[in-house]
Design a protein around this ligand. Structure first.
Ligand code: FES
Length: 144
C-alpha cells in the first residue's frame, strides 16, 4: 500500500465511522459552517474554558471529505488553546491550498491531496471555518 492509498483508507474510515459526531452537552460556543457550492452544512460545538477548548463535537451532513475532516479536526484540537488552533488552521489551510506549511500537521497531512481538486478544498476546510467562527463567538459562516 502506498502513501496515497493509506491516506484514502484513513479518510474512508473517518467518513464511515466519524469520531465525536454527536451533540455536545453544555457547550459554550456553537457555529454552523455552510458550503455554498453543494449546500452541505456542518455544525461545531465546543466547550471553551478560558483559552482552552476542552471538548468538541460536530453534527451535520457532508461528503466523505468534509465528514472525515470534521472527525479528524475533533481529535486534533481537543485540549488545545485558541492560539494553538489558529496556528494549526493556518498551516492546514496552507497545506490544502498547496502552500508551504511551517509545522508537521500529523494526521491532518492526509488532506494534502485535495490541493489538486480546488472544489474539494472547501470540503476539507468546512468544519475548520465553523470551528473558527465558534471560537470567535460567531454563529454562522460560509466557506466563500
Ligand atoms: Fe459538500 Fe464536500 S461536497 S462539503
Amino acid at each position: 500500500m502506498n502513501l496515497d492509498e493509506l491516506y484514502q483508507e484513513v479518510i474512508l474510515d473517518h467518513s464511515k465511522n466519524p469520531r465525536n459526531k454527536t451533540e455536545l452537552e453544555n457547550f459554550t460556543h456553537e457555529a454552523k459552517g455552510h458550503n455554498p457550492l453543494c449546500g452541505d452544512q456542518i455544525s461545531i460545538q465546543i466547550i471553551m474554558k478560558g483559552e482552552e477548548i476542552s471538548d468538541v463535537k460536530f453534527t451535520g451532513a457532508g461528503c466523505a471529505i468534509s465528514t472525515a475532516s470534521a472527525s479528524i479536526l475533533t481529535e486534533a484540537i481537543k485540549g488545545k488553546s485558541k492560539n494553538e488552533i489558529e496556528k494549526i488552521f493556518e498551516n492546514f489551510h496552507n497545506l490544502v491550498t498547496g502552500n508551504k506549511t511551517e509545522e508537521d500537521l500529523g494526521k491532518l497531512t492526509i488532506f494534502e491531496g485535495v490541493q489538486k481538486y480546488p472544489v474539494r478544498i472547501k470540503c476539507a476546510t468546512l468544519s475548520w471555518h465553523a470551528l473558527m467562527a465558534a471560537i470567535n463567538g460567531e454563529k454562522e459562516t460560509s466557506t466563500e
